[in-house]
Design a binder for this molecule. Structure first.
Ligand code: UD2
Length: 317
């Protein structure tokens, strides 16, 4: 049976990944300290996985768990908050960078050879540099401890791959949305906040004029891409994961209003300092690997599914 380790497997993207891996019949081990994620994200599959409520910085424990030899390791554990990284740069650095180096080092020293070690980075590494679309080999401008750590960790992952003949890959997520995303902070993904406002008929604060663009991608498509990249024997280097299309906030709100049949109450505020105006991914590397994305339908279908899920979850409560 294929054995997989997912760190951060109780988080938004991690738990969606774990659910999919279980559907594929894999044996899945999850390490998550539940500081960002929630065990309720794993309700559907908790009896089918090995779950450890542990911090990835706990070296002794990580050595124990890594000794179990996996076919694939997905390292998603992170303090995935730019704001937290600005407030507590060293604390987040330990999780977002040191844990990665320590895992890679242990794999090297013990000569453990997963078929792939996949590190999850972020479009945050591109910062405000205006090149569009964002290319993996284009300029980066990490502007926060979070972005610096993501960049450093992906580089270290690739360097370990090159120098020590380890099979590694890194991905950069663009704006992911979908079930299990927490909407409860002003820094949560904008679509989770909009969904909450539509469900509760509450007012949405839009920072800026709404013409800023993002490459929104439905979480199930992110998961498909993650598994495809990890399991492809020729995947190498860094891959952007998005649909490769930009959509403005006002556009996506309109599509969402049509789907839900509701009108979003919007309160316009000044744009947030440091907010990126335009962002979308060049995904040609991913396409060259053989992955296909249906961006035309992806966004709309993703929003429809997300809405159905959110509506049903609200009714259950
Ligand atoms: C994403 C990441 C962030 C960092 C950044 C790097 C998410 C959730 N955030 O931020 O961690 O990696 O990329 O570039 O993936 N907005 C509103 N009202 C709200 C919330 C957001 O108008 O209540 C706007 C926001 O100002 C921005 C857009 O919506 O213009 C998207 O915001 P976001 O926080 O979902 O994502 P982003 O790309 O700014």
């Amino acid at each position: 049976m294929i054995k997989v380790l997912v760190t951060g497997g109780a988080g938004f993207i991690g738990s969606n990944l774990v659910n999919e891996l279980i559907k594929k019949g894999y044996e899945v081990t999850v390490v998550d300290d539940l500081s960002m994620g929630s065990i309720s994200n794993l309700t559907e599959c908790i009896n089918k996985i090995k779950f450890y409520k542990k911090d990835v910085c706990d070296e002794k424990f990580m050595h124990y768990v890594l000794n179990k030899n996996y076919d694939y390791i997905y390292h998603l554990a992170a303090i995935s908050s730019v704001v937290a990284s600005v407030k507590r740069p060293y604390k987040t650095h330990k999780v977002n960078n040191e844990s990665v180096v320590k895992i890679l080092e242990y794999l090297r020293v013990k000569e453990l050879h997963p078929k792939k070690f996949l590190y999850t980075s972020s479009a945050a590494v591109y910062g405000n540099y205006p090149e569009l679309p964002k290319k993996e080999d284009g300029r980066v401008e990490p502007l926060t401890p979070y972005a610096v750590d993501k960049y450093a960790s992906e580089r270290m992952t690739l360097v370990y791959g090159d120098l020590y003949n380890m099979s590694v890959v890194a991905v950069r997520f663009f704006n992911v949305f979908g079930p299990l995303q927490n909407p409860d902070s002003q820094y949560s993904g904008v679509l989770s906040i909009i969904t909450k406002c539509l469900l509760e008929d509450s007012e949405f604060t839009l920072y800026g004029n709404g013409r800023q663009t993002r490459d929104f991608i439905y979480v199930k498509d992110i998961i498909k891409a993650l598994i495809f990249i990890a399991e492809h024997d020729k995947s190498k280097g860094v891959y952007n994961i998005g649909y490769g299309k930009k959509t403005s906030l006002l556009e996506i709100i309109q599509v969402y209003e049509n789907i839900t049949g509701k009108k979003l109450k919007i309160n316009f505020e000044k744009s947030r300092p440091g907010d990126v105006y335009d962002s979308f991914a060049d995904i040609s590397r991913l396409l060259q690997l053989g992955f296909t994305v249906d961006y035309k339908n992806g966004l709309k279908k993703g929003l429809e599914k997300y809405w159905r899920y959110s509506y049903a979850s609200k009714k259950k409560k």
